[in-house]
Design a protein around this ligand. Structure first.
Ligand code: ADQ
Length: 494
């Protein structure tokens, strides 16, 4: 596991790596672990390196309430994160709602996924976004000031900002920290796509966003296309001098490095889970698996329609195939997400009503979370994974599926070219989710693919994901920041 110099790594993300809930009986605050890939990757490094984590705790803290220690039985990656290493950022609920639901999810999410018709532009929510970013910046500067009083030769503090919630924070941190003569390095990683200039320019406060991100020493994206979009926007909007070949942007007398750093998954952990997980669904049907947050960017409606066309065009699959769609509830208080839920319910009902027989229904639909072990079993036991978002920064589901394909006769991955994963998982079947007939034909090809071709494709896919796992990503980020890394055994890498 890579580690950063002791006590000098500060992670800043919208949410802390756990959320706080009040125990209804004791009325005491308790931590509830988050299990996402980011937490799994970053938390051990923070814990091992005695670093800090700044973020929102998921609850408004009352006067005098403090972050509790973790439960002694907690085995999640954040268990070792002591409460004095966690800095909660708290807001009044109205400001937070306007920042989070308004600006982050109502504006940046659709715009950055190139769906401008869904984006709302509001001066009020932008004001909240600015205020929240300032508060995050101020907490970060406070943490840097504290670190500067600690005598250590362990290197320069490294601040790592995450995602579209915090695109202004870097600039504020730099302005204040420079005045105070604090030494630090500042990096940013965007987990969603960065859109092309023609889309980005629609945002009325585009200058501020670019200037905000350029406050960093290094800005990371999943793939080179997003890097080039960002460089292009800096040149066209701010008039920066840029070097496209080396991905450099000059701004405010500094040179900012832009880097493609594709995220990976904890590959070995998924393999282990796939080996141990008991069967969840015993069926002789060929399963087509789809796993997503219920989000309009993930292409769920297009997928169901393509599956319907498969049953029309290739009736030989009736009675033999089922589409297993697992959809996690997401942003449920936003109207667009409620509408999507409604549309899915109707579509599943219509297609099942049209094709079901007494002994077979074509679609199995789970609206809810499933445990990691059950997920690993679904991934392992499916014949096809259909990962066809309309737009997606990377998409971890595609990677988790191939990790769990430990069978001698493996399944087939179908992936959209509009996901970061589609850029690099070249041995998958690439399928444009907007072309419904082509998508149905691709499904048919996957369901009937000869075993030797499946083995060859899956072997290549698995080899790449095993090497480029989430630890590799973490290490690549630290290297791109030009920071020292201590590997297991304390070898110092250049
Ligand atoms: P997300 O949009 O959340 O992430 P994704 O990368 O697919 O999308 O990650 C979803 C995660 O949730 C996966 O780890 C998956 O296992 C889990 N999950 C999905 N459905 C589930 C269910 N029903 N029950 C339990 N777990 C479920 C954002 C970007 C992505 C980018 C990641 C990481 O939008 O493009 O890949 O960040 O950078």
């Amino acid at each position: 596991m890579p580690a950063y110099a002791s006590g000098k790594l500060i992670i800043v993300s919208n949410r802390l790596p756990f959320i706080l809930k009040k125990n209804e009986q004791t009325l005491k605050l308790e931590r509830k672990a988050s299990a996402g890939g980011l937490v799994t990757a970053v938390a051990p490094v923070v814990v091992q390196g005695n670093g800090l984590w700044i973020g929102w705790a998921g609850i408004h803290l009352e006067e005098g309430e403090e972050i509790p220690e973790s439960d002694p039985n907690d085995t999640t990656p954040t268990a070792g994160l002591r409460s004095d290493k966690v800095i909660p950022v708290d807001f009044d609920p109205q400001t937070f709602d306007s920042y989070y639901n308004g600006c982050c999810n109502g504006t940046f999410w659709p715009l950055f996924h190139s769906m401008p018709d869904r984006a709302q532009f509001s001066a009020d929510s932008w004001k909240s976004y600015c205020a929240v970013n300032k508060e995050f910046a101020s907490k970060t500067v406070g943490a840097l000031e504290n670190l500067s009083t600690v005598e250590t030769d362990a290197g320069t503090p490294l601040v790592w900002l995450h995602d579209y919630h915090l695109m202004l924070a870097a600039n504020s941190i730099r302005n204040v920290a420079d005045e105070k003569n604090l030494k630090f390095k500042l990096g940013f990683f965007l987990h969603i796509p960065f859109p092309p200039w023609d889309i980005f320019r629609l945002f009325p406060w585009a200058d501020e966003i670019l200037q905000g991100m350029l406050g960093c020493d290094m800005v990371g994206f999943h793939i080179e296309d997003y890097c080039l979009n960002f460089v292009d926007c800096c040149q066209r909007r701010l008039g920066c001098r840029v070097d496209r070949k080396n991905l450099l942007v000059e701004h405010g007398g500094r040179t900012v490095r832009i880097r493609p750093l594709p995220i990976g998954i904890p590959f070995d952990r998924f393999v282990e889970m796939a080996k141990q997980a008991p069967t969840v669904i015993s069926t002789s049907l060929q399963l087509i698996l789809a796993v997503d947050r219920l989000d309009y960017t993930k292409g769920l409606v297009h997928r169901l329609k393509a599956f319907e066309i498969l049953l029309e065009r290739y009736p030989q699959h009736k009675d033999k195939v089922a589409l297993m769609q697992i959809a996690v509830p997401s942003r449920t208080d936003v109207k667009e997400y409620q509408d999507l839920k409604e549309e899915m319910d109707q579509l599943v009902g219509r297609i099942n009503g049209r094709f079901s027989t007494p002994n077979w229904s074509p679609i199995k639909y789970i609206y809810g979370c499933v445990s990691q072990n059950d997920l690993a079993a679904f991934y392992r036991d499916s014949a096809v994974a259909m990962v066809t978002p309309l737009r997606d920064g990377m998409n971890l589901v595609a990677k988790e599926f191939v990790a769990c394909q430990i069978k001698e006769s493996p399944g087939v991955l179908i992936v959209s070219p509009f996901a970061g994963a589609g850029e690099m998982m070249n041995e998958a079947l690439i399928c444009n989710p907007y072309e419904l007939v082509e998508a149905a034909d691709t499904l048919h090809r996957a369901l009937t693919m000869p075993e030797d071709e499946r083995i060859l494709r899956m072997r290549c896919l698995r080899r790449r994901e095993k090497v480029h796992d989430v630890d590799f990503w973490m290490r690549s980020f630290l290297k791109a920041m030009g920071t020292l890394i201590f590997e297991d055994g304390d070898d110092v890498l250049p």
